[in-house]
Design a protein around this ligand. Structure first.
Ligand code: B12
Length: 216
């Protein structure tokens, strides 16, 4: 697969190039989800370079700043579309020991844009807080985000906390971030998703609602 110019510019942490590419992509009508996904692919490359010792923590932080700039450019575009009235409530948080929140915040914004009421518990959220939140807000879908290896144990403990409180199977658990089917099985979550577009579709099918793209 040929890497897009945007993916390459994010990988190089070339902020000026990234912003000019995003502006031209918006101008030619490229969808915001596509732009966000390409930016995310670039950040994945940044992660690999960090893993190989070619990039440092400051570079990870730089990639996070670039991502925020991209989001503010594409959200100007998205805000021009009419939002839908909130319909169903989802509880969302980054699990204990993990502080990555860019994907979580993005996913929450997209869910809100698609008409959901989302309660954001923040980052480093303990399993009991998810369980308490489910009871307090009568939740049927909990979304857990996690990007580091330790987050898998936190996700598993969160599912166990829901079980202990007698909340399963009424509460469905969706995991996202750096996860896959193996992680889903380990954590005993109900679903895993690879990106935000899958995430919105999944929540819509769980609530049996249409996504914004389908409606407009
Ligand atoms: C930016 C970044 C940081 C920033 C985070 C800033 C912030 N406010 O979030 C900072 C610099 C703080 C950071 C810190 C650390 N990081 Co970091 N970080 C990254 C990086 C480069 C990008 C992550 C990101 O934001 N991507 C963009 C977003 C949009 O993508 P996303 O999170 O995947 O989310 C998308 C989907 O997954 C989905 N989604 C996400 N969550 C959910 C949840 C649900 C329910 C749903 C439906 C969907 C969904 O929606 C999003 C859009 O599609 C990744 C590399 C990578 N491969 O991801 C490393 C990475 C995650 N970090 C890593 C590491 C090691 C660390 C540190 C331990 C480094 C250190 N030595 O201190 C610390 C961890 C601190 C902690 N306790 O959490 C490793 C983790 C390796 C591992 N397996 O454990 C990675 C993979 C880098 C690598 N080595 O390749 N990091």
């Amino acid at each position: 697969m040929v890497e897009s110019m945007l993916v390459a510019a994010v990988t190089r942490l070339d902020v000026d190039k990234v912003l000019s590419l995003v502006e031209s992509e918006i101008a030619i009508g490229k969808g915001s989800i596509e732009i966000i996904e390409e930016t995310r692919q670039g950040m994945t490359q940044v992660g690999h370079l960090y893993d190989q010792g070619k990039y440092f923590l400051a570079d990870l932080m730089m990639s996070a700043e670039i991502f925020k700039d991209v989001i503010s450019l594409v959200s100007n575009q998205a805000n021009s579309l009419a939002a839908i009235e909130p319909s169903a409530t989802i509880l969302f948080g980054t699990v204990k020991k993990d502080i990555h929140d860019i994907g979580k915040n993005l996913m929450i914004n997209l869910l809100r844009f698609n008409g959901y009421n989302v309660i954001d518990l923040g980052v480093d959220v303990a399993p009991e807080r998810f369980a308490e939140g489910c009871i307090k807000h009568k939740i049927s879908i909990v979304c857990l985000s996690g990007l580091i290896t330790q987050s898998y144990d936190s996700m598993r403990l969160t599912v166990q906390a829901l079980e202990k409180m007698g909340l399963r199977p009424g509460v469905k658990v969706v995991i996202g971030g750096l996860v896959n089917e193996q992680v889903r099985q380990y954590t005993k979550a109900d679903y895993w998703v690879k990106d935000c577009s899958e995430g919105v579709k999944l929540c819509s099918s769980l609530f049996n609602l249409k996504t914004h793209q389908e409606i407009s």
